[in-house]
Design a protein around this ligand. Sequence first.
Ligand code: SF4
Length: 580
Amino acid sequence: MDKILRINMGGANGPELKTEGLGPYAGLGGRGMTSAVVSKEVPPSCHPLGADNKFVIAPGLLSGSVAAMSGRISVGCKSPLTGGIKEANSGGQPSQMLGRLGYAAIILEGKPADDTLYKVLINKDGATISADSSLKGLGNYDTVDKMKAEYGDKISCISIGQAGEMKMAAASVACTDMELRPTRHCGRGGVGAVMGAKGVKVIVVDDAGMSMRPAADPDKFKAANKAFVAGLKKHPVTGEGLPAYGTNVLTNVINEAGGYPTNNFATGQFEGAAKISGETQAELENARGGKGAATHGCHRGCVIRCSGTFYDKDGNYLTKQPEYETVWSHGGNCGIDDLDAIAQIDRLDDDFGLDTIEMGATIGVAMEAGLAKFGDAEAAIKLVKEVGQGTPLGRILGNGAAVTGKVFGVERVPVVKGQAMPAYDPRTVQGIGVTYATSTMGADHTAGYAVATNILGVGGNVDPLKPEGQVELSRNLQVATAAIDATGMCVFIAFAILDQEDTFQALLDIVGGFLGQPMTADDVTALGQSILKNEREFNARAGFTAADDRLPDYFKEEKLSPHNITFGVSDEALDDVYNF
Ligand code: SF4
């Protein structure tokens, strides 16, 4: 990957495309690339939807190679939801294809003169951009279908739905999966709104005629990749739990631990959990979908294969298998125990282009405000439809939980830096509370998944109910995750590399073999720390202080059943997370 495509959407005569060398960004990938570009080129005080913000897309360092699990793509910008730096990543096919086409980054910059909507085509002959008003107001599914009719079914797409066009702060960016469906999303932080503000509806990627990216040391790379795959297959989480049930395997586990946020984080256990668990979901999918119900990868080269397909009552495709976070956000968090209703909302979220975590948390806040009753699935579906239609209420909800809480006078709003908390209550899983509070991204479980050690016993044991050891745990995980996010590897590899030294070594050897230079654990730490420092520094310049690295007060004051416990990590301890 030796080039960057820049598209200035504010050119005097319309969009201007320029392909350039990597310059100061040589050697960077994924989150390392997006955060470096945003940190260096975006004024931290700019309006997220204005001309000065940039929308950066970057495949991981290993994307486009045969390295297993290396197909994650990062998008970055200043977030309209948090006001800080944002990196959101996704699976799907575009990362591998962009890597093979040689692009280390695509940067959309400037501001279009009017509301013309554009599509971008990137293939072996280069990149073109053209206006296409027929795409206006389309959902992601119709957008992708149109692109398929135009460019064939070997493409992949990066697109926004209506939410992105309306520049909502909960808008996601969709990436197509192996079946060319827009089911994988860079979900968090309103990245879809920034793509919408640049006037780009869809980026079509076609890697026909391109080859796999070769490794500098093919023998070392090949042997390491083999050992890495074997390590993933032998670990109980990556080799058994995730492939069998998908991420929703966590519903029963987290509920039993008393950390399953229920009815807008009011309690830690949901009585309807068994009805929406991964085990129940798998049974339902098997009954309805036959052999299609088996899990599969969201991109070529995934060997964990945690993704699946959800069929409606008539056996027709409805959506991908809803993830644990989605089943929770639109399920237990809203008191809803109906998998069909949750799957319908998942389809709506994917089509409108919405972050399922933010939307579920928002509906929970709306329920607390009295807009609907907890457990009322039909009302929840109606509220999400209002978002896609852009009604006045929908515009409020589509801007996330914090805005909705403010508009309707709700005090209990589970956000940090304006971003909604995911599916683990920080009172029962205190390590994830540290990550929520201090991540550069706002509340984000993937930024440092302390649940692994707190609840699953992966990478050691730290008591989830006590504050001791949580800061160090979260710090180490945040550093490691930032590095993983730079490689293009799916974060789920963390289970195996935390537990199995030989699998971690295999990962180091994959990167080392690919780049042709040895990679050590210290190098990983240095890479992760440098990314986090870039991001922290951007946020500081944007006005963030230690006061922003806190959970809402009620997590320290309101006891959560069944453990009757509050979040116990002190402010001083939180301030020690970034001690490097
Ligand atoms: S493990 Fe799941 S999320 Fe990760 S790449 Fe595979 S299918 Fe995608």
